[in-house]
Write a protein that binds this ligand. Structure first.
Ligand SMILES: Nc1nc2c(ncn2[C@@H]2O[C@H](COP(=O)(O)OP(=O)(O)OP(=O)(O)O)[C@@H](O)[C@H]2O)c(=O)[nH]1
Ligand SMILES: [Zn+2]
Length: 225
């Protein structure tokens, strides 16, 4: 089979998982292997890639790389694929009777583009209006970090963060804006170092133009990376 045809088939297989859902496309058997087993398997895959590239894996500087990359994939940059790592977001009663929106802005975001497996670096900004329940501030940073630690497209990441907070807080009134640089755009391909991508998801009251405007005024997108 020629290469072009093979590539088309591989692409078609990948697209089977893509739906309109905000869920990360995972197979049902995603957690049959333990983390240790995944690290051992990925180590061999990375060894194979490096070997194919012609690198000498007995070199002192290179020999630890397959293990390092495998651990980094499973435990760090893709650690958010595992539901066990979902942050426990304890909620409290809004005893202050605070009625206005709460904004957690400039949340540092490191993710990975699922098309090229290159870094996405940026800031997330979150707002919610309590309907009686509040959440500890750091939990918003933790939720961003959990969903960011997956192969991602920025649109899905933005929606996953909002959906999670809506569930935790029991309200639709949650919004998220992400401003991020994609190294797949900045450092390869079109190599545009200055462009960044802005995505947003506005739930409930944030669909109202004035409420949305208030949130956007608080965060004033002057993001520095
Ligand atoms: N919608 C969306 N696209 C993304 C995201 N991250 C990367 N991309 C784009 O996904 C596309 C991948 O499509 P292809 O055209 O198959 O990739 P490519 O041939 O390497 O494209 P170039 O980057 O233009 O060289 C690229 O245009 C990326 O810029 C994201 O978070 N959201
Ligand atoms: Zn990419």
């Amino acid at each position: 089979m020629d290469l072009e045809k093979q590539l088309k088939e591989i692409e078609a297989m990948g697209n089977d998982h893509i739906g309109s859902s905000t869920e990360t496309p995972m197979r049902p058997d995603a957690f049959e292997l333990s983390d240790i087993e995944k690290i051992a398997s990925i180590k061999k895959d990375v060894q194979n890639i490096m070997h194919t590239l012609g690198l000498d894996l007995s070199d002192d500087s290179l020999k630890g790389t397959p293990t390092r990359v495998a651990k980094m994939f499973v435990q760090e940059i893709f650690g958010g694929l595992h539901p066990d790592r979902r942050p426990k977001a304890s909620t409290f009663e809004n005893k202050y009777k605070y009625q206005e929106m709460l904004v957690e802005k400039n949340i540092t975001l490191y993710s990975t583009c699922e098309h090229h497996l290159l870094p996405i670096v940026g800031k997330a900004h979150i707002a919610y209006i309590s309907n009686g329940t509040v959440v500890g501030l750091s939990k918003m940073n933790r939720i961003v970090d959990y969903y960011a630690k997956r192969p991602q497209v920025q649109e899905r990441l933005t929606m996953q963060i909002v959906k999670e907070l809506q569930q935790v807080l029991g309200t639709e009134d949650v919004a998220c804006v992400i401003d991020a640089k994609h190294l797949c755009v900045n450092s390869r391909g079109i190599r545009d170092i200055d462009s960044s991508t802005v995505t947003s998801e506005f739930g409930g009251a944030f669909k109202n133009v004035e409420t949305r405007r208030e949130f956007l005024d608080y965060i004033k997108l002057d993001t520095e990376f």
